[in-house]
Write a protein that binds this ligand. Sequence first.
Ligand SMILES: [Zn+2]
Length: 324
Amino acid sequence: MSFTTSPRHALRLGLVTVAALLLGLLATAPSASAARAAGFVGACPTTGFISRYYSAEHNGIDIANDRGTPIYAVGDGEVTISGYEPGYGQWIRVLHPDGTITEYGHMYQRDVQVGDHVVAGQRIALMGSEGQATGPHLHLRVWADPGASVRTDPIPYLAERGIDMPCTPGTGPHPKPLEYPAESGRVVSARSADGRLEVFAAGADGIHHAWQLGVNGGWSEWEPLGGPGGAELAIGPNADGRLEVFALNGTVAQHLWQTGVNAPYGQWDTFGGGGTEVTAATNADGRIEVFGTSRAGVYHKWQTGISTWSEWAWLNNTSGPAVN
Ligand SMILES: [Zn+2]
């Protein structure tokens, strides 16, 4: 099991920081160095090429890529706007603990609501071309103040937070989106892309799960999910935020995944032969890798892309220690 700083604790720290910064703003005008001192460690907003830079005529930067490209929050913060506006299309505003604001426009899907607490690198939307846009791109706008009155060039703003544009999500000083360690055992837990915890327990009659009804909130009833009985479990987040569960007992290995981000689960699918123990990890580029043990040794299987898998193989073509 793992333990991270509780979101409530982090939020409380954030509010204290905002309060301190607001007091600071009354005394001194904001400056680049002050922003750097109070700034957060950033995360890459999206992958793509910069099709338009910041200027007097253009109040942000445009990052162009295919429709549906994931868009991530550049820092921790609170969603203060998630809605529609004719020019922006679907757009999101995030207030960060340092008092700055980032805005994301022209999306075709939004994953967060007003009041949600997001973390740096959390997927918040999918790229689109809604509103005044000639093709799919992210319009990223930055305000230097909590009142959204002083606009600033996103490129130096991001550079001060460790992000050099263009960037690749999952690289840079901040950990990959929604970093959550893969877990294994008879009971495993993970965090959905929207921040709700979910827990899976292996019973004799298959796997059961329960989930938080809201972020930091109360829990659902247990729900049976089927799958192999008496299994060992592993869970890992896919690069796009979908959780995937692996279950292995003496004779079979099966896996199950969310059909969409924060969406219900599909059907169990075969994942090869059985074994004794299973664990999963996430590569730095977001691909899940699964390890299994048997009396013959340790084997692994890895994603070759989203939802495509290699065959089981020994590490380095050798079986390693036998694990009973
Ligand atoms: Zn633009």
